[in-house]
Ligand binder design. Structure first.
Ligand code: AMP
Length: 213
């Protein structure tokens, strides 16, 4: 079963994807994570995209489609969760073609609905454990012990360079201009299922579980 988690930055896509990986053995394909890895390891491509990411703009379709194609052909599991991909109509068409080439299809597109004011709050307080990827928030989900991950005990907490209000406004603009048309695209294909992304994390999990069965 292959699914897309669709929604603006801060909608909770990564948090829900991690849960599906843990409980269902699915494979999370986050182009944002792949691009951050490329940056951190200092590859030529990583250097090329660093400034674009920090500004909150989208990197080229060619780069992200290439990353997805590589992972789709090498990884095996109980289905893929596309997190932060596709973000443009060209990416959505490319994903459809790649899956068809592999004899696979898309099961569902889960649209995580949230309002813009909530996003600003969520994103500006967000930090993650650099060791296991658990996501926290200064106000709504702090660690039990300051600086120590509840999940793995790691102390390497990181904040994303683009999780600031300026970059977020650009990321939101990119979302509305280039990504939100995908809602209509997948609705027309009959694949779209909305969930209330503003609900409590556990409620969102339950809504997604009800959709996936
Ligand atoms: P994310 O972690 O999904 O919020 O992505 C962080 C940044 O990586 C975005 O603001 C873009 O600069 C870049 N990025 C991630 N996924 C894509 C994509 N599918 N298409 C274009 N740019 C992307």
């Amino acid at each position: 079963m292959n699914i897309i988690l669709l929604g603006p930055p801060g909608a909770g896509k990564g948090t829900q994807a991690r849960h599906l990986v843990e409980t269902r053995g699915m494979i999370q394909l986050s182009t944002g994570d792949m691009l951050r890895e490329a940056r951190n390891s200092g590859t030529e491509m990583g250097k090329k995209v660093a400034a674009i990411m920090d500004a909150g703009k989208l990197v080229t379709d060619e780069i992200v489609i290439g990353l997805i194609e590589e992972r789709l052909t090498t990884e095996k599991g109980a289905g893929f969760i596309f997190d932060g991909f596709p973000r443009t109509l060209a990416q959505a068409d490319a994903l459809g073609a790649l899956l068809a080439k592999l004899g696979q299809s898309l099961h569902t597109v889960i649209e995580m609905r949230v309002d813009d004011e909530a996003l600003v709050k969520r994103i500006t307080g967000r930090f993650t454990c650099g060791d296991c990827g658990e996501v926290y928030h200064d106000e709504t989900k702090p660690t039990a012990e300051p600086g120590k991950c509840d999940n793995c005990g790691g102390t390497n907490m990181v904040r994303r360079a683009d999780d600031n209000e300026d970059s977020l406004r650009t990321r939101l603009m990119e979302y509305y201009k280039k990504t939100s048309p995908l809602i209509g695209y997948y609705y027309a294909k009959g694949d779209l299922r909305p969930v209330n992304g503003l609900a409590d994390i556990k409620e969102v999990r339950a809504s997604i579980a009800a959709i996936l069965g």
